[in-house]
Design a protein. Structure first.
Length: 147
């Protein structure tokens, strides 16, 4: 019976890891493009760029929440089986980025120029950098696990 449980853990962990990686790509793109649309807003003063930013941040929060959920389940399963050493920084960076993105969504819900400048664009840049760093750490950990 114990062998059957280990087989279930081994077979479910790769599929959850794949789902986590697939869902994790969306908030990365959404948050980076939110920063780009914030930059576009500061250059053009066109309110549509501000609307794009909040839509992208909201979509990033939704997909990021799903990614964090499946990533936490994957981490709990692989932690019990002794896998994925060094994924702690990826988890910390992703959670910090998600919380800052939530704060950024509240800031972007203000009206006009103050929704983006200066706090909104700063938070968008920080979230984008944290997500890129988390993705790089995740890719390096995944590469180590594949060897």
């Amino acid at each position: 019976m114990a062998d059957d449980d280990r087989d279930v853990r081994r077979s479910s962990a790769p599929s959850l890891g794949t789902l986590h990686a697939l869902l994790g790509a969306f908030p990365l793109a959404y948050f980076v493009f939110a920063f780009v649309t914030d930059l576009a807003y500061t250059r053009t003063y066109n309110l549509q760029w501000q609307y794009f930013s909040i839509w992208l941040i909201t979509a990033g929060l939704v997909m990021g929440g799903a990614s964090i959920f499946f990533g936490a389940i994957d981490w709990l399963i692989t932690r019990k089986s002794g896998g994925r050493a060094g994924s702690g920084w990826h988890i910390v960076l992703t959670l910090v980025a998600w919380v800052l993105a939530l704060l950024n969504a509240f800031i972007h819900s203000r009206d006009g120029w103050t929704a983006v400048v200066p706090e909104g664009i700063i938070l968008s840049g920080i979230v984008a950098l944290l997500m890129l760093a988390g993705a790089a750490l995740s890719a390096m950990a995944w590469g180590r696990d594949r060897r």
